[in-house]
Design a protein around this ligand. Structure first.
Ligand SMILES: Cc1cc2nc3c(=O)[nH]c(=O)nc-3n(C[C@H](O)[C@H](O)[C@H](O)COP(=O)(O)OP(=O)(O)OC[C@H]3O[C@@H](n4cnc5c(N)ncnc54)[C@H](O)[C@@H]3O)c2cc1C
Length: 479
């Protein structure tokens, strides 16, 4: 099947799934008041690939059918640049607010399939073959995937990775005639209500003896025993004037319980193989996936800069201090754009012929964005001040008694109409102050580990040879 339309995507979401949101089990995510806003927004993402087909679609390498560009296994720098345009198109749709639009997992699985050599090492040949077959299914079915790679935190003193006796983390229970049974929990499946399937793959390396936790697989959302506990909804659907972002971009996050879920053999990519589990994420995965995440982040920063300029202009705040803090957002945005460009310019080929951007610029950016993004929100709230909270709702604008008064007392500077000023500050509040804004800030802090953890790991990705040489010159000088 070629790339899906929004209508086809929504039809797929109507299948059975055990999803709870705001205290109730959801019968139909497409129509549910707390989920329909994002469901329909994601349908627009699927439609977008057809309205921007030249950017967002490529021929399937085997069937020739049009598939999403994010499913591409890049084979050159030109391929990466082509993928960049498609990822940017999707990022612009939600101005970077939806981190886990389906292209995130498309890029991930294309990257896995492109490194079947690595997945197939350490006695995992059969798992790698199944993974390659699954990626074909994913790209040809244009499947929406959620994923979960982090074990639940119960006792931080026990460390990040589960030990052999951990009864909370996801693990293999038994072999069955047709596959394996898994049980346990994982965090935190963003996009879960809007996915067709869930993917489980490695994260923190496992210690000796923890082989039962060394799993990678995919199962449909309808798999018996699979349960999704969504966080409180931050969706305020139906009125895009009042809630321009929360009305459509709450992608949701869910705690996942695998209550004895059977995974068919053809969907098991790592089956209790700790060596495979501990190696497959360590080389090409970070730069491959961060191509998507950093194009999204760069888009979001550009939007924030544009928004800050509009806010300042609405109240004619042209003082040096306002310009300084807006300049700070611009600088973050420019650094993000530059890091992506540098990573692409220094792109490299991996065994098997797959290309990724260079890892170091993207890892450096990922390590600092959890600090920059909250600061961006702080700046928007500083510029906005009380104006963020003096922005009447559409119902007040529609009230014939209030409207003339609002027009008279709430205009912007230099002749800006009240409605335009109100739109700007409502947009800014939804971006930096609303419940969704708060969740988004949490996302930016943690979605691929915290800033402290990423900074502490910089030597895994950095080339220190020049830095060492510069220092060595002085240390090696004779007395
Ligand atoms: C909104 C959201 C969506 C997510 N979506 C997904 C998903 O789809 N799939 C998935 O698998 N996982 C998802 N995650 C989970 C994510 O992968 C983990 O939250 C992430 O790996 C961080 O886990 P951790 O607590 O071990 O982080 P760590 O990197 O260990 O960071 C946590 C700890 O670091 C320290 N720390 C962090 N920041 C600071 C600071 N500024 N100053 C001082 N100390 C600090 C604190 O001690 C803190 O407890 C999501 C998380 C969030 C918040």
């Amino acid at each position: 099947m070629p790339a899906r339309t929004g209508e086809q995507f929504l039809k797929g979401l109507r299948g059975p799934r055990a999803v709870w949101v705001d205290g109730e089990r959801v019968a139909d995510v497409v129509d549910h008041p707390k989920l329909r806003g994002a469901a329909h927004a994601l349908a627009e993402v699927y439609d977008l690939q057809h309205t921007h087909a030249a950017t967002c679609l490529i021929p399937d390498p085997e069937t020739g059918e049009p598939i999403g560009t994010s499913h591409m296994i890049p084979r050159s720098r030109d391929d990466l640049m082509r993928r960049h345009k498609a990822l940017r198109q999707v990022a612009e749709f939600s101005v970077g607010l939806m981190g886990r639009t389906p292209d995130y997992m498309n890029v991930t699985y294309a990257g896995f399939a492109g490194r079947s050599d690595e997945w197939g090492a350490n006695g995992n040949e059969a798992g790698a073959e199944r993974l390659v077959a699954y990626q074909k299914f994913l790209r040809r079915g244009d499947i929406s995937l959620t994923h979960t790679i982090v074990q639940p935190t119960v006792d931080k003193a026990m460390g990040d990775a589960p030990r052999a006796d951990n009864v909370h983390a996801l693990r293999k229970g038994a072999d069955t005639e047709h596959g394996i049974v898994v049980r346990g929990a994982r965090v935190l499946a963003t996009l879960a209500p809007f996915a067709d399937e869930i993917a489980v793959y490695p994260a923190i390396p496992l210690p000796e003896g923890a082989d039962a936790y060394a799993l990678s697989f995919c199962v449909p959302m309808s798999a018996p025993g699979l349960k999704f506990l969504c966080r409180d909804s931050m969706s305020t659907p139906d009125n895009r004037f009042d809630h321009p972002l929360s009305s459509r971009f709450d992608e949701q996050d869910a705690f996942v319980i695998f209550d004895d879920v059977e995974v068919p053999r053809e969907r098991v990519f790592i089956d209790a193989n700790r060596t495979a589990y501990n190696t497959v994420m360590t080389t090409s995965w970070p730069p491959n996936i961060q191509h998507q995440t950093m194009i999204r982040a760069s888009t979001k920063l550009d939007f924030a800069w544009g928004l800050a300029l509009r806010m300042a202009s609405a109240i004619n705040a042209v003082d040096p201090e306002t310009m300084r803090i807006i300049g700070e957002i611009w600088a973050y945005s420019e650094f993000a754009r530059s890091a992506v460009a540098t990573a692409e310019a220094e792109a490299r080929e991996w065994p098997g012929g797959m290309w990724t951007p260079a890892v170091a610029p993207l890892h450096a950016l990922r390590a600092l964005l959890p600090i920059w993004m909250p600061r961006v929100n702080e700046i928007l709230r500083l510029i906005g001040s009380h104006n963020l909270l003096a922005a009447p709702m559409s119902a007040q604008l529609a009230d014939p008694e209030l409207r003339p008064l609002i027009d008279r007392y709430l205009p912007g500077a230099r002749g800006m109409a009240a409605e335009e000023r109100i739109r700007i500050f409502r947009l800014a509040w939804d971006f930096a102050g609303s419940a969704l804004a708060s969740r988004n800030e949490q996302y930016e802090r943690f979605y691929l580990a915290s800033s402290p953890r990423n900074l502490a790991r910089h030597l895994v990705f950095a080339d220190r040879s020049r830095a060492d040489r510069l220092v060595e010159r002085f240390l090696a000088e004779p007395y």
